[in-house]
Ligand binder design. Structure first.
Ligand code: ALG
Ligand code: ZN
Ligand code: ZN
Length: 325
């Protein structure tokens, strides 16, 4: 048997031989899951946006991120790692969720996530609107128990209901706390800003256990200090990172459904993520990319690089646990 250090994984199409704009788009031009059998990290799309409260269109986000990811290269200097050589990363295609029935869609997403996690893969999910974080977290918690959550977003997404609906893109984390699937000792929002319905929104959120790092905090304190603080709060708990692309300023991510002025830069987001590379990241999502409002792929490029950093964190940890380091 070959030693683990000699393990070969099928990586992206070689862009020096086949131009990167040729052929169908998978994330980072990686193989499809059915081409490799099983994967350590499964990149999966969830084209669902029936939970939005304002502009629709995030159902097209996953494929826009795949298209924008054609330019990613195999070596990530910021984390000194070649993620696709450290672990098998593959594109698992899309979860087909019912656009006309939110409750059924939530069940479908949870069941499909159970199947993927059941193969031993970690999930790198491309949304879709933020509703999808709830079924993904349910599935992750079945495997790991209540998880630490790092939630990058302009919004709290801990509101109660919209028009009486429990499952929407503004409510997934309140439901998750109610269901006991989050570790309430380690919950943080990052990038929060913008007007709220009332001060009570903040009181409720704090009662649920969330800490808040606003986008102004990131600006004033800097990415390194913020990442240090988050790392201390998370410790070695199993961690889920959920990234609503509207955590970025509309200048950095115009293609999204509920934009708010005064957000983080994409550089700040990527730097914070790199500062979390030692955390036990069990799965992650990038949601709320709505390409109809995008220009020149600004938003989907930012989202593809975000997913690349998250994938790199997971691949490094998988490789380290394989070699026992
Ligand atoms: N973009 C997300 N996930 N949530 C925004 C909800 C904002 C609102 O309609 O009040
Ligand atoms: Zn948001
Ligand atoms: Zn959100």
């Amino acid at each position: 048997m070959s030693s683990s250090s000699e393990q070969q994984f099928r990586g992206p199409v070689d862009s020096s031989r086949i131009p990167r704009y040729a052929g169908p788009a998978t994330f980072a031009r990686l193989p499809r899951l059915d081409e490799v059998g099983t994967a350590d990290v499964a990149v999966v799309g969830v084209p669902f946006d029936s939970g939005v409260s304002y502009r629709p269109g995030a159902r097209f986000g996953g494929n826009a991120i795949r298209e924008a990811s054609r330019l990613l290269r195999p070596y990530n200097p910021a984390q000194d790692a070649s993620p696709f050589a450290l672990a098998q990363v593959a594109d698992a295609g899309d979860i087909a969720a019912n656009p006309f029935n939110i409750n059924e869609a939530v069940e479908t997403i949870e069941a499909a996530a159970d199947d993927l996690l059941g193969t031993g893969a970690r999930m790198m999910t491309l949304g879709g609107d933020h509703t999808i974080a709830l079924p993904l977290l349910r599935s992750v918690a079945k495997k790991h128990g209540p998880v630490a959550l790092l939630h990058f977003d302009a919004h709290l997404d801990t509101w109660d209901t919209y028009f009486g609906a429990e499952y929407t893109h503004g409510t997934p984390f309140r439901r998750a706390v109610e269901e006991g699937i989050l570790d309430t000792e380690a919950l943080s929002h990052v990038g929060t800003r913008g007007p709220l319905y009332g001060k009570q929104d903040l009181t409720d959120d704090e009662k649920m256990g969330f800490g808040i790092v606003t986008s102004s905090d990131v600006y004033r304190r800097g990415a390194d200090e913020v990442a240090d603080q988050l790392r201390q709060r998370i410790g070695d708990r199993p961690l889920y990172i959920s990234i609503d692309i509207d955590c970025l300023d509309p200048a950095h991510a115009p293609g999204t459904g509920t934009p708010e002025a005064g957000g983080m830069t994409s550089r700040e987001l990527l730097e914070i993520l790199r500062g979390l590379s030692s955390c036990n990241l069990v799965s992650a999502d990038v949601v709320e990319v709505a390409p109809a409002y995008d220009h020149a792929e600004i938003t989907s490029v930012a989202a593809s690089h975000t997913a690349y950093e998250l994938t790199t964190i997971m691949a490094r940890q998988i490789a380290a646990s394989r070699t026992g380091k």
